[in-house]
Design a protein around this ligand. Structure first.
Ligand SMILES: C[S@@+](CC[C@H](N)C(=O)[O-])C[C@H]1O[C@@H](n2cnc3c(N)ncnc32)[C@H](O)[C@@H]1O
Length: 318
């Protein structure tokens, strides 16, 4: 078991237990797939404990981060500590060789915006250093406002500086634990549209979908994880995929905004899918001003008697 290392809008920590109650018991899950992995609250909590599978996200930088976390944990820790150790009064860290960092500007705010500009430049080809990008992503994620990842229409990370309180020294241990979780399972880290999972999920596997919220929902500001948008057509495509996976004998659990439930109430779907509402308090919002109760729905094709909450025994949980 590990914790997510990146804070991610739509993170599922608060309703984690409610989501997991809808799963089968651990010993009945043969493989695990999470096509909208984001911060990976469910994957790091338990998804990595099954017999392999996939995690995926359309966000290219997020996927680079997970690949580096898995394949070069030491390199990531080293780069991250270089960024973290820089104090407002330091010279720009020569080891980072950040040409763009203004030698004369020693204020931490400027350091933040300069690092952010470097991140957004994202050099291609030989210039691209995936370990550095992963470390910067983590550092920005822990120092930006509300720990929120958001891109503008040109695909640039545009969140302003936040407090530095999040840069706890326990980060290295957390990073190591998350890396161990990624290494412990035969998990493929993919960077595709969620539709890939149709070819990967086998009967007996569990697919947990946590898509961006429907743009018509009250919490539509949560859809801005990338410059791509996720609208009604995508929600419909997701429903069709869920139906196909069901026909293949794959377990499906989806968390979503209540506004999509009508899709799952359509006749041919309602036969196989069931939904329940859950409340979640949102700590992250792109405006930071509405932190109220947000209802979510959990949709699943797993029969009620096969779900963990039908067996309220803690040993059912990994
Ligand atoms: C609600 S977030 C997932 C949050 C995650 N469960 C967590 O605990 O942090 C949705 C994710 O879907 C990704 N995404 C958006 N459109 C996608 C698509 N078409 N295919 C795959 N991933 C997509 C976004 O980049 C975002 O990371």
């Amino acid at each position: 078991m590990a914790d997510p290392v990146l804070k991610w809008a739509g993170g599922k920590r608060q309703i984690l237990q409610r989501i997991r109650e809808h799963f089968r018991r651990a010993e009945d899950i043969e493989g695990y797939h999470e096509p909208f992995v984001g911060g990976g609250a469910v994957f790091f909590r338990e998804g990595h404990e099954y017999g392999g599978g996939t995690i995926n996200d359309i966000n290219v930088r997020l996927v680079n981060f997970y690949r580096v976390l898995k394949n070069d944990t030491e390199g990531l820790l080293d780069e991250f500590s270089l960024l973290r150790e820089r104090k407002p009064d330091d010279e720009p860290n020569s080891a980072l060789d950040y040409d763009q960092v203004d030698q004369h500007d020693r204020e931490i705010d400027n350091y933040y915006y300069q690092v952010r500009a470097i991140f957004n430049k994202r050099p291609n080809g030989e210039e691209f250093d995936e370990v550095r990008e992963a470390a910067i992503m983590l550092w920005l994620n822990r120092t930006c406002f509300n720990g929120l990842y958001r891109e503008n229409r040109s695909g640039e990370f545009n969140v302003p500086i936040g407090s530095h309180k999040n840069l706890g020294l326990d980060m290295d241990a957390k990073i190591q634990q998350a890396a161990d979780a990624l290494k412990s399972a035969d998990v493929d880290i993919k960077n595709e549209d969620f539709g890939y999972v149709e070819d990967y999920a086998e009967p007996g596997d569990l697919v947990y979908f946590d898509p961006p919220y429907d743009p018509n929902s009250a919490s539509s500001s949560f859809v801005e994880y990338t410059s791509e948008s996720f609208g009604k057509d995508e929600q419909r495509r997701l429903k069709e995929l869920a139906v196909d996976l069901d026909a293949k004998g794959v377990d499906v659990v989806i968390s979503n905004a209540p506004s999509v439930t009508d899709l799952y109430e359509e006749e041919e779907v309602a036969k196989y899918f069931d939904h329940s509402k859950v409340g979640a308090r949102r700590a992250i919002n792109s405006d930071g001003d509405s932190r109220g109760e947000v209802n979510e729905v959990i949709i699943t094709n797993i029969d009620e008697e096969d779900r963990r909450h039908a067996h309220p025994n803690l040993s059912d949980y990994p």
